[in-house]
Design a binder for this molecule. Structure first.
Ligand code: ADP
Ligand code: MG
Length: 249
C-alpha cells in the first residue's frame, strides 16, 4: 500500500518522497547515497537543499524530478506516483510539468537563445505563435530580450544560465528544479540568477527546489534543508523568510 495519500487535498505537499533509498555499485563495493530519505516540498516555496559535496544532493534532485529512479521508496509529484508511470508517461510528465536548470547550462551550441527556449515548447505540441510568444516573454523576463538571436558562444556564463532558466520557465512548469545553478558563475551573475529564481517562486507560484552550497541562497529561500551523508539533518525557515512572514501576517 502507498505510504502517501493518493487523494491530494489543498494542503498536500506538491512533491513527496518516502523512504527513498539509492545505492551505487562501484567494482565490488556498494555505497548507499540516500538512506531512506523522507521529505515533503510545499507548493509555491523556494526550497533550498544544502550540504557538502558528495552528500547526495544531485542524486536526490534527479530522483525527485523523475530523471533517475530510486532503488526503493516512493516519490509522488503533483499527485502522480513517479515510479508507477511508464517511461513514456514519465517523459510526458517531465515535459509538461517540470523544468530543470543544470549547473553547466546544457544549451545546444548551434541554437540561438530564442531557439533554445522554443525547442521544448514545440515538443509540447504548442501552436507556433504560442511557442514564439511564450519564448520571447520568458527571455524578456530574465532580461535577455535584446540577446535573443545570439548563440551560446556569444553569451556570458550568467546570460547562458538565464537562457536555461527562460527555457524552463517558458514551459510554465509547476515544479522547477535547479542543481547548483550559480556555481559556474561569478558573484554578480550568481546574484542575478538567485533573484530570478526567487521571483519565479513569488510571482508565478512555481515550486522551486534548488540544490546549492551558495550561502547567499539561504537568504532567499523559504525553507532550507541541510543534508549530510545521504540524510536530511535539519529543516528550517531562514531568518529572512520568517521576517517576511511576520511582516505580511
Ligand atoms: P552532491 O550533489 O551532493 O555532490 P551526488 O548526489 O552527486 O552528491 O553524489 C553522491 C555520491 O554518489 C558521491 O559519492 C558520488 O560519487 C556518488 N554517485 C553519484 N552518481 C553516481 C553514479 N552514477 N555512479 C556511481 N556513483 C555515483
Ligand atoms: Mg551535485
Amino acid at each position: 500500500m502507498s505510504a502517501i495519500a493518493s487523494n491530494p487535498s489543498a494542503n498536500t505537499p506538491t512533491l513527496q518522497a518516502r523512504s527513498v533509498r539509492k545505492s551505487f555499485v562501484s567494482g565490488r563495493v556498494e555505497s548507499t547515497v540516500l538512506h531512506d530519505l523522507t521529505l515533503d516540498v510545499r507548493a509555491g516555496e523556494l526550497t533550498l537543499i544544502s550540504g557538502p559535496s558528495g552528500c547526495g544532493k544531485s542524486t536526490l534532485l534527479a530522483i525527485l524530478s523523475g530523471l533517475q529512479p530510486a532503488d526503493t521508496g516512493e516519490v509522488r509529484a503533483l499527485g502522480h506516483d513517479l515510479h508507477g508511470l511508464s517511461m513514456r508517461a514519465l517523459e510526458a510528465f517531465r515535459l509538461q510539468h517540470t523544468g530543470f536548470v543544470f549547473q553547466g547550462f546544457n544549451l545546444f551550441p548551434a541554437l540561438t537563445a530564442l531557439e533554445q527556449v522554443e525547442l521544448p515548447l514545440s515538443y509540447m505540441g504548442l501552436a507556433k505563435d504560442v511557442v514564439r510568444k511564450r519564448a520571447v516573454e520568458s527571455l524578456e523576463e530574465v532580461g535577455l530580450g535584446p540577446r535573443m538571436s545570439m548563440l551560446p558562444i556569444e553569451l556570458s556564463g550568467g546570460e547562458k544560465q538565464r537562457v536555461a532558466i527562460a527555457r524552463a520557465l517558458a514551459k510554465q512548469p509547476e515544479l522547477l528544479f535547479a542543481d547548483e545553478p550559480t556555481s559556474a558563475l561569478d558573484a554578480a551573475n550568481g546574484q542575478i540568477v538567485i533573484d530570478i529564481l526567487h521571483r519565479i517562486a513569488r510571482t508565478h507560484g512555481t515550486t522551486v527546489l534548488c540544490v546549492s552550497h551558495d550561502p547567499r541562497l539561504v537568504h532567499h529561500a523559504d525553507r532550507v534543508l541541510a543534508m549530510e551523508d545521504g540524510r536530511i539533518l535539519s529543516d528550517h525557515v531562514p531568518p529572512a523568510a520568517s521576517a517576511a512572514i511576520t511582516e505580511h501576517s
